[in-house]
Design a protein around this ligand. Structure first.
Ligand code: DX5
Ligand code: ZN
Length: 222
């Protein structure tokens, strides 16, 4: 399966967001990762559906919305209408996880489950039938430019095993502290999709950074 690169716009220049997105997509990005934070679940406030709607149609690749909010289900419909085609929710916020995943799928988007570093894999096992992708956080959510938590490599490997044993066609996404220096190891541990914010938009040349990520990802092409 093709390994994918998802630049996170959290580290982009919001004054020229559309140009920043088009640049990384033209350079080979497979998805655009959109971090939605509500200043309750995480101590930061970012992008809502209104901003995403203003970007609708500027690219052909999916908008992958990562909801770091206390009430994710209420944002599913607005984000789908704004152009999201992948939506993930944090297990820690959701009392009715199966219902919210089913809602995302019913709206026609891919449903993702996100686990914080301290949250065990067992918390998503029972919802695998409604899960299109699992997002493993390798930093605590809230901010870009944090360091990758090394013990998460084992969690990625365990997630790979769980998915392979399940037989469901679930993709594994990894988010937080992914750089050119560790992305090969992240893919080797079992990731299908890597999110990279500061390593791409913080680089002097974001397009070149995407191409370098792409080069490493393509070595895994089977
Ligand atoms: C963190 C966000 C990430 C963030 C990653 O809460 O979920 O998507 O943008 O940024 P980097 O790649 O700089 O760690
Ligand atoms: Zn994210």
């Amino acid at each position: 399966m093709k390994k994918m690169i998802a630049p996170s716009i959290l580290s982009a220049d919001f004054g020229k967001l559309r140009d920043e997105i088009v640049t990384v997509v033209e350079a080979g990005a497979d998805l655009i990762h959109v971090d939605c934070m509500d200043n309750h679940f995480v101590p930061n406030l970012t992008i809502g559906p209104v901003v995403l709607a203003s970007l609708k149609g500027c690219i052909q690749v999916p908008f992958d919305v990562h909801l770091m909010v206390t009430d994710p289900s209420s944002l599913v419909a607005p984000f789908v209408e704004a152009g999201a085609t992948m939506i993930s929710v944090q297990v820690e916020t959701e009392l009715h996880l199966q219902r919210t995943l089913a809602l995302i799928k019913a709206r026609g988007a891919q449903a993702g489950v996100v686990l914080n570093p301290a949250t065990p894999l067992v918390s998503l096992e029972l919802v695998l039938p409604w899960t299109d992708f699992i997002l493993i956080m390798t930093v605590n959510p809230g901010f870009a430019s944090q360091s990758f938590l090394e013990p998460m490599f084992e969690k990625i490997r365990q997630t790979r095993n769980l998915v392979d044993r399940s037989g469901f066609p679930i993709q594994i996404e990894v988010d937080g502290g992914v750089k050119l220096s560790n992305v090969k190891a992240v893919f080797e541990a079992g990731a299908d999709i890597v999110v990279a914010g500061s390593a791409i938009f913080g680089a002097a040349d974001p397009a070149l950074a995407v191409k370098k990520f792409r080069e490493i990802a393509d070595r895994f092409a089977s």
